[in-house]
Every structure is written in C-alpha cells, then in structure tokens.
Design a protein around this ligand. Structure first.
Ligand SMILES: Cc1cc2nc3c(=O)[nH]c(=O)nc-3n(C[C@H](O)[C@H](O)[C@H](O)COP(=O)(O)OP(=O)(O)OC[C@H]3O[C@@H](n4cnc5c(N)ncnc54)[C@H](O)[C@@H]3O)c2cc1C
Length: 461
C-alpha cells in the first residue's frame, strides 16, 4: 500500500511525485519505458547535443525556476545565446528575418503593405460580444486580418502546438488574449501598455541547462530513487477498499489511496474507462498527431545562413514539408563541437501527420533538401538522427476547455483520482510543471483530509 501511485514518469508525473515526496508521502511512479522523462530526452551524439523533445523552458514559469533552484541545477542553467537576434518565417520560398520587438512585423517587409495596414487598424475593430467558442483562426482573422493569420499565427501554432489555427480553440490556447480583448478592446493597445511597462518578448526568456532539458527529469528521478519503477506498464485501475488497485501486469498490483494519471491522453482514456466514464470520454476526445524531429550537424562552412535566430517557422501556404526548425547551436552553448553547427527540423503534427510516419532515411533526405533550400546547408551532415513521436502534441481543439475541466474535476466524481499532463493547462514544460505542483497540492489535501493516518503524518511525527 502506498499513499499515491503516479502513472507515467514524464515531466508531469515526475514533478507531481517529487512534490508529493517532499511533502512526506509514500509515492510510487510507474513508468512504461526503461527510462523516466517521457519526451524530455537529451542525447549526446559525437559532441553534439540532440533534444528529442523539448529544447527550451520559459523562464516565466515560476514552477520551472523553483525546481531548477531546489534541485541544485541553477549552476548548469543557460540562457539563450547572444546570436539569437531575429525570428525567421518562410515567405516566398526564403527566410525572412523579423526583428525581435513588438513592431517587428510592421517594419519588416514579410507582410504585404495591405496586411500591415490591417494590423495597424486592429485597435479600431470592435470587441466580440458573446457568441460561440472561436478557433484561433477565427479570432485572429477578425482582429488582425487573414494574411497575418495565415503567415504568422498559423506557423506559430505549428511551432507551439504542432497544430493548425483553423482547428485549435482560442479559449484553450490563448485565453489571456481573450481577456485582453475584453479588458482593453484591442490586443495592440494592450500590448503597447505592457511594452511600456517593460514586459519582455517571449523569445528572450527561454532557458535550458548545459546538458539539455533531460537534466531536469534526470535530477527529479535521482531524488525519487527507488520510488520510480521503470519498465512497468499499467493496464487497469479499479476502485478498491481505501483507494485504488493499480494493475501493472507482470509487475503485480499496487494499492494506493490516490492515483495520479500522468500519461498521454489516449492512455489516460483507456485507464479511466470503468473508473470515470466522463473523464475517459474527455481524454479520448483529445488527439495527438505524430511528430518527427530530424537533427542534423554540419561543419560551419557547409551552411551559408548566419543562423542568427531561434530557427524558423513555415506557413502552410508555402507548401513545404518542414513545419519549422531550430538553430540549436545558436540557441545555447555546447550544442555542437567547435567549428560545427546543429539544426533540428520538425515534421508532421496536425498539418501533415503522414510525414511524421515516414522512415528515418526518407525524413533525413527531406530535411536535407529543405535545409539546402532555406539555409544553404550543403554536403553530407556530420550527424543525422531522427526521433519519431507516434503521439506528438495534444491538440487543444474546439470543445477543449470543457474536456480539460472534466478531467481536472475527476477527483470530484471519484475521490482520490487525479489527472495531470500536457493536455490540460498547456503543452509546455513550464505549464506541465505548474500543473504538477497544483496536482500535488490537491492530492496532499485529499490524503491529509481523509482522516486516515498518512505516511506524511508518520514522517512529521
Ligand atoms: C518534439 C517536441 C518538442 C517539444 N518542444 C518543447 C519546447 O521546446 N519547450 C517546451 O516547453 N515544451 C516542448 N514540448 C512539449 C513538452 O515537452 C511536453 O508537453 C511535456 O514534456 C510532456 O510531459 P508529460 O509528462 O505530460 O507527458 P509525456 O512526456 O508524454 O510522459 C508521459 C509518460 O507516461 C508514460 N506512460 C504511458 N503509458 C503508460 C502506462 N500504461 N503505464 C506507465 N507509464 C505510461 C510514457 O512512457 C511517458 O513517459 C515539446 C514536445 C515534443 C514532442
């Protein structure tokens, strides 16, 4: 019998378990893979560092900052390199550099003069009153015009959510912008006020650690020690006296007062089936189309482009197979040996799931051809590696706010049952860590309030 069984040892599950352990609870993390960390995997390849999944954490995440400090990782923290000076978007088959400041799109010629005028007129667009939930595209076309939506917002969502503006829910993805529209009547006016108050652009607040994002789950896993059981796939959860019985197949049954499901949504749907049908249906309604990451390392002189940015994003209308790319060796130091550079290309997502299912060799060929065209990368790469993610990023589509609310409220219907993960509060590492902290506090509240003597109380005694 443990206090809490956490199913899934990705960033979300590890952070929830680590927080609970600090509160003195007896926790077990059950992870299907042989290593904890989920999609936060950093791998050294001949002096290069490949991020298979996340490569940055937003410094605005209080939970991420606190964990880095608490785990003693601040000495290894690295901020974006000085080489990151522009953001790039693909337009008319080439990279267009847009200065990183709020007026960047107005001063560059990436958008047509008509689209820039339309952007400037945003303050005059009346605010929306009531009506149905909007997609991001509907909101953006209404406020900023269709060219800005197609050429800026849609590629941005391909980068952040591997999604499409025409299907993602505005309320789920950018709730703050809806609030700003309601509050100020205009997003540009609101941004202007924020800029005057000194708010930084998001791109300048990203960080990582010297050995990559994998540093974080590795540190949490070390602290959790024997509380983590890897190579254990949970098959079912059932209510049992005093809590839940977790069926982990050959690894046996685990009895827990509380269960936290921290897996991908399709697995959550399966595990919730028979325990909380409403939550099972909500999780089952969240798709996560496949993604593939192609990492390439070149000698510096093989690449013409200065690589002076985070990378680039591609509007769908450009008809390219690559939805975006990162200039890894520019972003952070130590991502490539001296004299070399590294880039990562992203394929698939909601825009083109079929591409993410291509074999590794085909993806490398595609990436090489795209990088040859766009950044002038020529010749054989020094390293080439592909990571397939059969379930990529969860899609926050129309109806998502209700699905997420239903999953967050699982505990109200089934006391002791919790769901956490990247499909509730945002897919970013920072959002997962923030939600994990909330989940742990809620689990603690339930166990502490249950009247049963908990391990936490034993520790306190
Ligand atoms: C390619 C890519 C790039 C990204 N880039 C960024 C970025 O730069 N910055 C950023 O902030 N975010 C980024 N993200 C998003 C972020 O990395 C993820 O949203 C986050 O890591 C998800 O963590 P998680 O723990 O919720 O889920 P996961 O990492 O998916 O973990 C779920 C875990 O559950 C386990 N599991 C599944 N089924 C079972 C079972 N039956 N029994 C036991 N265990 C099970 C899985 O093995 C897995 O370890 C990126 C994601 C991807 C895929």
């Amino acid at each position: 019998m443990v206090d809490v069984a956490v199913i899934g040892g990705g960033i979300s599950g590890l952070a929830t378990a680590y927080d609970l352990k600090l509160r003195g609870h007896r926790v077990v993390v059950l992870e299907r893979q042989t290593h904890a960390g989920g999609n936060a995997v950093s791998e050294r390849l001949d002096g290069f560092l490949m991020e298979h999944g996340p490569s940055t954490v937003n410094a605005a995440s209080a939970a991420a900052g606190a964990l880095s400090l608490q785990l003693g990782l601040d000495g290894q923290r690295c901020d974006l390199g000085n080489g990151v000076r522009r953001r790039y978007l693909v337009g008319a088959g080439r990279l267009s550099g847009i200065p990183i400041h709020p007026l960047g799109f107005l001063v560059s010629d990436y958008l047509s003069p008509r689209a820039r005028l339309r952007l400037l007129a945003e303050w005059a667009i009346p605010r929306k009153k009531g009506g149905n939930e909007e997609t991001v595209a509907e909101f953006s076309v209404r406020r900023f015009g269709s060219e800005f939506t197609d050429r800026v917002i849609d590629p941005l969502l391909a980068g952040l959510y591997a999604g499409k503006a025409s299907t993602l829910s505005m309320a789920a993805v950018f709730p703050r912008l809806i609030d700003l529209e309601r509050e100020y009547g205009s997003i540009s006016l609101a941004m202007l006020c924020r800029h005057r108050r000194g708010a930084k652009m998001p791109g300048s607040r990203l960080f990582s650690w010297r050995h990559g994002i994998g540093t974080l789950p590795a540190a949490m896993a070390r602290r959790l020690g024997e509380s983590i059981r890897t190579g254990v796939a949970v098959r079912r959860i059932r209510r049992a006296a005093g809590g839940f019985r977790v069926d982990a197949g050959a690894a046996g049954d685990f009895h827990a007062r509380a269960v936290v499901i921290a897996t991908q949504p399709h697995v959550a749907a399966h595990l919730l089936d028979g325990v909380d049908e409403a939550a099972a249906a909500a999780a089952g309604g969240i798709e996560a189309p496949p993604l593939a990451v192609v990492f390439l390392g070149f000698r510096r002189e093989q690449v013409e482009h200065p690589l002076d940015g985070l990378g680039f994003l591609t509007p769908e209308s450009e008809g390219r197979s690559l939805s975006g790319a990162q200039f890894c060796s520019t972003m952070f130091g130590g991502r490539a040996p001296v004299g070399f550079v590294s880039v990562a290309g992203y394929f698939g997502g909601a825009r083109a799931p079929h591409l993410a299912r291509l074999p590794a060799a085909d993806l490398i060929d595609l990436a090489r051809s795209e990088f040859r065209d766009l950044i002038g990368a020529r010749g054989d790469p020094a390293v080439a590696r592909v990571r397939h993610w059969p379930m990529g990023l969860p899609q926050y589509r129309i109806g998502h706010p209700e699905r997420a609310a239903c999953l967050r409220n699982a505990g109200a219907r089934q006391p002791g049952l919790f769901v956490t993960g990247n499909y509730l509060d945002g897919p970013s590492v920072g959002a997962c860590l923030g939600l994990a902290r909330e989940t742990a506090a809620a689990v603690h509240g339930v166990i502490a309030g249950s009247g049963v003597t908990t391990s936490a109380e034993n520790v306190a005694v």
